[in-house]
Design a protein around this ligand. Structure first.
Ligand SMILES: C[S@@+](CC[C@H](N)C(=O)[O-])C[C@H]1O[C@@H](n2cnc3c(N)ncnc32)[C@H](O)[C@@H]1O
Length: 285
């Protein structure tokens, strides 16, 4: 099947199919991505992940004991996703375009790090809501326009070239040397915040990507490189503003009034979600 996002999905498969087995995320990273969702939102529930990559989030979701969990991805990363969730009989992986994916509706739908890579992010968001059963919840995470000025200025021009090259050139000859100085910067920033916990937030309030760097500095170089490669390998990235997300959430008649949230995460991304209305007051606009 060839769709608008086929090239993006294939690029990501080159990233996700060349990782060690298991999840690339730690349990605390998973919890952080999912908040305000908690284990009780998964426990015994029917859960759907749209754009599941190699199943790195699914592996953690499975430990929260859903009754059934389905991961959807358009790319060949479904092969590694199937292996990574192989121990969980209630987990299923489907290779499909999430924009067109149709189901009876899940108690919980989440979509992490995907909408900003779609040719049509609004159509992707419509699918998230459509696949949430009335009364169920959805939760998304996207790159923010806010807080990413340096990434948009420096990384985006490189991505536009790197995403056209063979993946191994992008990974080993571009992402690896480029991420090395950022790795040193983030680790140094974290060390200074540990040494001077009172003063450092004030001293370094100006530092580019401060919050994000403190978050990622918990991890080793291979995770830094994975993130850098993931950013550079994709042919399609959109940085979304809070205003755009507010508009997405407010323009639909099938979202329960007062249930939505938008959370600024690590100073450069948005988590947002809501509950789907039980009775539809009209067609989504
Ligand atoms: C950055 S990865 C995120 C993977 C996973 N959610 C995570 O956080 O680990 C984006 C994923 O979205 C998938 N994707 C992109 N466009 C898609 C589409 N139209 N339908 C289904 N999957 C898509 C890609 O193949 C890729 O695996």
């Amino acid at each position: 099947m060839t769709t608008a996002d086929s090239a993006t999905a294939q690029a990501f498969a080159n990233s996700w199919n060349n990782l060690p087995p298991g999840s690339v995320y730690t349990p605390s990273q998973f919890i952080d991505w999912m908040q305000p969702l908690q284990q009780s939102d998964f426990d015994g529930k029917e859960v759907l992940e749209l754009g599941c990559g190699n199943g790195s989030l699914l592996v953690h979701s499975c430990h929260w004991q859903p009754g059934r969990i389905v991961g959807v991805d358009l790319g060949a990363s479904v092969q590694t996703a199937r292996r990574n969730v192989g121990d969980f009989p209630f987990a299923e992986i489907v290779q499909a375009d999430l924009v067109e994916f149709a189901s009876e509706g899940f108690d919980l739908v989440y979509c992490i790090g995907v909408l900003h890579h779609l040719k049509d992010p609004v159509a992707g968001f419509a699918s998230v809501v459509r696949n949430t059963r009335p009364g169920g919840r959805f939760h998304c995470w996207v790159y923010a326009r806010e807080g990413n000025a340096i990434v948009i200025a420096l990384v985006e021009p490189i991505r536009k070239i790197a995403s056209r090259l063979p993946w191994w050139i992008t990974k080993y000859l571009i992402a690896t040397p480029l991420v090395a100085p950022y790795f040193v910067y983030a680790k140094l920033l974290r060390a200074l915040h540990r040494l001077f916990p009172e003063q450092a937030p004030r001293w370094f309030s100006w530092a580019p990507l401060r919050e994000y760097s403190l978050w990622i500095a918990e991890r080793s170089f291979s995770f830094f490189r994975h993130v850098a490669f993931d950013q550079l390998v994709t042919p399609q990235t959109t940085y979304l503003s809070r205003t755009q997300i507010e508009q997405w959430l407010s323009s639909r008649a099938d979202i329960e009034a007062g249930s939505s949230y938008i959370i600024f995460r690590n100073g450069n991304s948005w988590k947002f979600g809501a509950r789907r209305a039980t009775s539809n007051s009209g067609q989504p606009t």
